[in-house]
Design a protein around this ligand. Structure first.
Ligand code: NI
Length: 257
C-alpha cells in the first residue's frame, strides 16, 4: 500500500456501474481505502465491501444530516462495529450548515451515542463537522467540548475546515485532520496543512464528492487520492519519499490496519 484514502463512499450507488473497476484502478496505484457508512444500509454495504477485499476497511455510523431520517439503533450498529473489518465509528458529528437539518439537541444526542459506541468497542471516531454562519453555529467549538467530555478514543476530523487554533485543540485531544481534493484548487487550507505535525495529517477523497484537479467536473473516486497526497507534500514543501509513507503510517496507527 503506497497511498490510502481514509474516507470514501465506494458503497454509494454512484459506483454501482463500475465499483469493481474503481477498486482495480486503486490496486494499480497501490491505494488502500476506508469506506464510510452514512446510515445503517450504507454501513452494512461498507462492511460487506471490507469483508470481500483485503485492501478495504469499513467505518460505520449515522451521518449527522441523516439523524432525522433514521433512529440510531445502538445494538444494530454495535454488531457492525464489532466486525473485525470495521476500523472506526462514523461518520458522526454535527452539521449546522442547513436549517432543514435536525436540531442541535438531536444531533448532539446521536453524536454522543456514537462516542459511547466507539468507547465501548475501542475504535476511533470519524467526525463530520460543518458550521453554519456565526460563532453560535460553530460545529468545531461544540465538538471540542463534547469530545473532551466524553471521548475515550482518538479519531479523525474528516474534511477539516475549522480554524488553525481549533486544529491545535483537536490535535491535543489525539484527533488527526484529513484533507480532500479541495486542497488541489482552494488555497485556504494551506496554512493549516503547513503548520500541523506530519504525523497528524491524513489523505482522503470523500468520493464521489469533491473531485481534485485535474479531474474536476468528473465523478470523484478513491484512486484520485494520489492527487491529494501529492498536494499535501507540495504545500508542506516536503518530498514525496517522506510524506507518502507517513500518510499510510498515520492511517495504520489510528485505525490499526
Ligand atoms: Ni463522507
Amino acid at each position: 500500500m503506497k497511498y490510502i484514502d481514509i474516507h470514501c463512499h465506494l458503497n454509494f450507488d454512484d459506483f454501482d456501474l463500475d465499483r469493481g473497476e474503481a477498486i482495480e484502478r486503486c490496486r494499480e496505484k497501490g491505494v488502500g481505502m476506508i469506506v464510510v457508512g452514512t446510515n445503517i444500509e450504507e454501513s452494512k454495504k461498507a462492511v460487506k465491501l471490507a469483508e470481500e477485499n483485503s485492501d478495504i476497511w469499513a467505518i460505520i455510523g449515522l451521518h449527522p444530516t441523516e439523524v432525522q431520517n433514521e433512529k440510531f439503533d445502538y445494538e444494530a450498529y454495535k454488531k457492525l462495529a464489532e466486525n473485525p473489518r470495521t476500523v472506526g465509528i462514523g461518520e458522526c458529528g454535527l452539521d449546522y450548515y442547513r436549517a432543514e437539518h435536525a436540531s442541535k439537541t438531536l444531533q448532539q444526542e446521536v453524536f454522543e451515542q456514537h462516542i459511547a459506541l466507539a468507547n465501548e468497542v475501542k475504535k476511533p471516531l470519524m467526525l463530520h463537522l460543518r458550521s453554519g454562519v456565526g460563532e453560535a453555529q460553530n460545529a468545531y467549538k461544540d465538538t471540542l467540548e463534547i469530545i473532551q467530555k466524553h471521548a475515550k478514543v482518538p479519531g479523525d476530523v474528516h474534511f477539516y475546515a475549522g480554524s488553525l487554533d481549533e486544529a491545535h485543540e483537536f490535535i491535543k485531544l489525539g484527533f488527526r485532520l484529513s484533507f480532500t481534493g479541495v486542497i488541489t484548487f482552494a488555497r485556504n487550507y494551506d496554512e493549516i496543512i503547513k503548520s500541523i505535525p506530519l504525523n497528524m495529517i491524513m489523505s482522503e477523497t470523500d468520493a464521489p464528492y469533491v473531485t481534485p484537479a485535474p479531474y474536476r467536473g468528473k465523478r470523484n473516486e478513491p484512486a484520485y487520492v494520489t492527487e491529494v497526497a501529492h498536494k499535501i507534500a507540495e504545500i508542506r514543501g516536503e518530498s514525496l519519499d517522506v510524506v507518502l509513507p507517513h500518510l499510510v503510517d498515520n492511517a495504520r496507527k489510528l485505525f490499526g490496519i
